[in-house]
Design a protein around this ligand. Structure first.
Ligand code: AMP
Length: 284
């Protein structure tokens, strides 16, 4: 497995591979890898003949008040895990390599970046879209795999690829969960044992909504009040948002008449956790 830190070396690798007919698959990550990431890596392996994983904690997607400095990092362990997955190349550039002095170009997926996580984290998706556009230009993948765990991010990247005519196939991978339902996340490492228990309220709330909708409930206000009630039963939890939106446009909906995104962001201690589900309308 090659570990590359320089953009120019990464570009040369990709150029060589493309010229020799390889199909390059990329999994962009911020590292501190868990089974969710590794599951994306395995899917990517099946989509290409060369497999690249990027590890870069992207400062542009963190506000000054957020956890950029505290974000968990363990590059040695990540490299060990990726080696075991037969990854061909790990691209782990420095911040100075990605954002040199006088850097000033950003990509903004305007409408889709505004609601949900964009509302509480202004500029977050501008940072995400910018780094993903840069990674696509550096690694030049034919296919890139993203998790549905970050559903808004996934849809924004699809929009970005379409709008900027990036010749990359975007593949979505389902959310990987612990046995008890908690979605895997690098930020779960912030949780102490009692917060870890409390964090299950997100999954319970998704399940409450799912069963209401399966029983024929289609009124969004009713569903959201049941979701919020389920989360607030947990005293350690504080709802940032709970919203029902169209999965493609991310616009709000009033009734569940077609598959609809239920997206949650909930604070548990100092961890802000997100989760989501697609609700399909019931029969009645
Ligand atoms: P991150 O390192 O958090 O930026 O995540 C890198 C990629 O892994 C993104 O495409 C995420 O959506 C995806 N990912 C993170 N957690 C999970 C999970 N539990 N299940 C599936 N994909 C995930």
């Amino acid at each position: 497995m090659r570990v590359i830190e320089q953009i120019s070396q990464m570009q040369s690798w990709s150029e060589r591979e493309r010229c020799s007919g390889s199909r390059i698959a990329l999994v962009p990550t911020m590292g501190f890898l868990h089974e969710g990431h590794l599951s994306l890596v395995r899917e990517a392996r099946s989509k290409g003949t060369r497999l690249a994983v990027s590890i870069f904690v992207n400062p542009a997607q963190f506000a000054p008040s957020e956890d950029y400095a505290a974000y968990p990092r363990d590059l040695d362990r990540d490299r060990y895990l990726l080696e075991r997955e037969s990854v061909d190349v790990v691209f782990c550039p420095s911040v100075a390599e990605m954002y040199p002095e006088r850097y000033q170009t950003y990509v903004d997926v305007e409408e889709m970046g505004a609601p949900l996580c964009g509302a509480g984290r202004p500029g977050h998706f501008r940072g995400v879209a910018t780094v993903v556009a840069k990674l696509f230009n550096i690694v030049r993948p034919h296919v890139a795999v993203f998790g549905q765990k970050d559903f808004q991010q996934l849809q924004i990247i699809r929009r970005l690829a379409r709008d900027l005519n990036l010749d990359v196939e975007i593949v979505a991978h389902p959310t990987v969960r612990e046995k008890d339902g908690l979605a895997l996340s690098s930020r779960n490492s912030y949780l102490d044992p009692s917060e870890r228990q409390a964090a299950l309220c997100l999954y319970r709330a998704l399940k409450v909504a799912e069963s209401l909708v399966q029983r024929g409930e289609n009124n969004c206000a009713t569903i959201l009040s049941a979701v919020t009630a389920e989360i607030t039963r947990e005293p350690r939890a504080r709802v940032d948002y709970a919203e029902l939106r169209d999965p493609e446009s991310l616009k709000e909906v009033g009734r569940i008449e077609r598959p609809t995104l239920l997206a949650l962001a909930v604070w548990i201690g100092k961890a802000r956790l997100i989760d989501n589900i697609i609700l399909a309308p019931g029969r009645n």
